[in-house]
Write a protein that binds this ligand. Sequence first.
Ligand SMILES: Nc1nc2c(c(=O)[nH]1)N[C@H]1C(S)=C(S)[C@@H](COP(=O)(O)O)O[C@H]1N2
Ligand SMILES: [Mo]
Length: 430
Amino acid sequence: MTRRTRADATEPTRPETGRRRFLTQSAAAGIAAIGSAPAVASAAASAEDLPLRVPKWSTEPGLPLSHEKYGLPSPFEKSVVRRGRQDWVMPGSGSIMSPLANLRGMITPNGLAFERTHGGVPEIDPAQHRLAVHGLVRQPLVFTMNDIVRFPSVSRIHFLECAGNTSRGWAPPFPPTVQLSHGLLSCCEWTGVLLSTVLDEAGLMPEAKWLLAEGADAVALNRSVPISKALEDAMLVYAQNGEMLRPENGYPLRLFLPGWEGNMNVKWLRRLKLGAEPFMTRWETSKYTDSMPDGSARQFTFTMEAKSVITHPAPERPLTTKGFVEVSGIAWSGNGRIRRVDVSTDGGRSWRSAELQQPVLHRAWTRFRLPWTWKGGDTVLQSRAIDETGYVQPTAEQLVAVRGTANQYHFNGIQSWRIASDGKVSNVRA
Ligand SMILES: Nc1nc2c(c(=O)[nH]1)N[C@H]1C(S)=C(S)[C@@H](COP(=O)(O)O)O[C@H]1N2
Ligand SMILES: [Mo]
């Protein structure tokens, strides 16, 4: 699907430097004008808000500190939660999605990270947990968690995306929110030991070309991983965003394969078996293969290709005021860094390059932002990611032309949000 488009000639646009007014430049802005400021701001807001009120919370001592409890968000943020399906197909199976429209920057906090689990969350005592490394190794080994955390550690920021993310992008009806369409996705700082360090300890036999990674949950989820990936950047992860993994994300130990489909990132990892061939488990034969239009299935589609989505505006965050809008979203690629993100505010007729939040990291989310003036009309917003390999995120039509519509996995087509003239946002195919 690598394709060059005319947008490659687009000049990157940056907001002009120097003094610039954003919110009070249009008569409809809801910002109070102070004192002798020109009467461009909403008169209703001025009358009500000036002079600045002194609310109760500014005049009385506040609540005690939460120092003995685990900290929680403000009660006013209580709608910012994961949503999805639980006890789906079998007990404990489900997927709950991250509220992408309410995330800022490039890190997903642990309490909002997506969860996808096929047989419930095991409650594992780390003191009793073991990791076995065996098969085509010189010295089979069994590690305790104390052994694992003694190894030299690394911390890296990477995205994690379920192969089934945007699985309803192939054909209508499309999910009503960005959370339900794109929320099987997180980006976190992962801490652990490089898998290559642990494999060195056991000593790989020259014939070892694949490894089987197996979880300690009731479904014993297991996947075959080529040794090249195991030695390139795979990690055995025990911490996420600075604290030990949450039970739902694999406590006390998970495999992490940067940029590769979520399913292979085996949680509650208990066993690594080295072999000469892939193990052909049910997770890579009956599931996680891609149906092709000729009826065949494509196997071992490991890498999550470049993709992007606008998270503001989005159905959950409609436009309420004409004038300045910061269009913002995330882009990521399992093949490396994001080079550029183009945004269209006219349904794909013209494109402008968005500003990328620094640092732009390998196999991590890149937040993009583009200033836009919404004049109140009906239009369609789209974003298109280009990664450092030159790969351009395809349109949904291009993807369907190659892959058909009988698919569940690996949809990375361009997302279209329709902005209606009342500011409401809906999921459409433009
Ligand atoms: N042992 C085990 N590992 C697992 C799973 C599982 O059900 N059991 N689910 C997989 C799938 S399909 C995905 S997308 C990711 C989800 O990781 P998360 O729940 O930490 O977001 O874990 C993968 N690893
Ligand atoms: Mo998944």
